[in-house]
Design a protein around this ligand. Sequence first.
Ligand code: F2R
Ligand code: MG
Length: 345
Amino acid sequence: MKEHFVGMLLGTMVGDAIGLPVEGWDCVRMAEQLDRFPLLPRGEQELATAVLGLITGGKVAAGEARYSDDTQMAIGVAQILVEEGEIVPETLAQRFATNFQPWRGYGPGAYGVLDALKQGRPWDEPARQVFGGRGSYGNGAAMRVAPIGAFFWDSEVATIREQARLSSLPTHTHPHGIEGAVVIALAVAGVLRQVAEGADELDVAQLLGFIRSGTHDEIFLKKLAEVEGFLAAEPEPCVVAARLGTDLTATLSVPAALFAFLSRWDSLPDCILYAVRLGGDADTIAAMAGALAGAFHRSAAIPENWLAALENGPQGRDFVRTLAEGLYERWEAAPPRRLEVVGAE
Ligand code: F2R
Ligand code: MG
């Protein structure tokens, strides 16, 4: 299980890093560029790889693949779980502020909230005030929530929901922003439940059923039904992208990440590259899909050249691995409320 925890966090990081150079490209533009790549002369391929990074399959120098706010904030969530054994929103808000690196590419709302927290504002004020007091329904709470799904994989669904909700509050108070986090946390927990039962193959229907059982929002339930329909029909990636959505909001990105994983769960690289190919918020969709694929397959499934390319500074690849191992050790030493029979709900 330890290597599944590591896979979850390194999967987030590698998905984020691979998608980052093309964040904001639409699906059609992405397809044109990637399909053209193999036809380019060698020199032009090198130039394209310098811009597009690992997505081309070309060589990227060690430590050159940067991560963004997705990984930075997932690190904060994992750190609080290791230190506190549960999410304490005020402490998490302080950690987000301490870890805040403005150049990591935060969403506009989140940037303002973190800046305000850094200046000492009460932890729960800025998030409630953004977007005219409506709160953010961006995907920022969902993109960082995977460590909660791992740490609480064998807890009651209600606990997973509550921990995901609490982890959203420092930046995202809109119900859709929160529910996006709940859905991804449930998905990670559902994957690890299957792992614990010894599954070699993902039971897609069971995982979808588990996610549905803890999802309370009509829009997400409708999107889950669409995801299920696409699994049978397998439309072109750009049709999937157009129908499920690939933007910065939770309702229009979390379903695409789920589809990427559920349709390509058997290969971590295929899952991440497909998530990036959907376009739009590519780093975040690939980070969420990468967390799920990493949780299922373990970190060994991440290609060596991808791992080698990841940045490895003070909070880089090795730090992330050690943090994920610490998360597992914390779970093992002081287990959260366990289910008597796994999967009994
Ligand atoms: N910020 C970025 N990338 C820069 C944009 C790249 C490119 N141009 C593109 O279009 O893809 N990436 C990072 O931001 C996302 C996470 O965002 P987060 O933390 O949820 O931020 P925010 O600002 O709170 O929400 C994101 C956007 O959602 C819309 N929105 C949210 N709540 C709203 C509300 N109540 N009313 C209206 N709009 C709302 C806004 O457009 C927000 O800016 C990740 O992609 C991460 O990688
Ligand atoms: Mg993004």
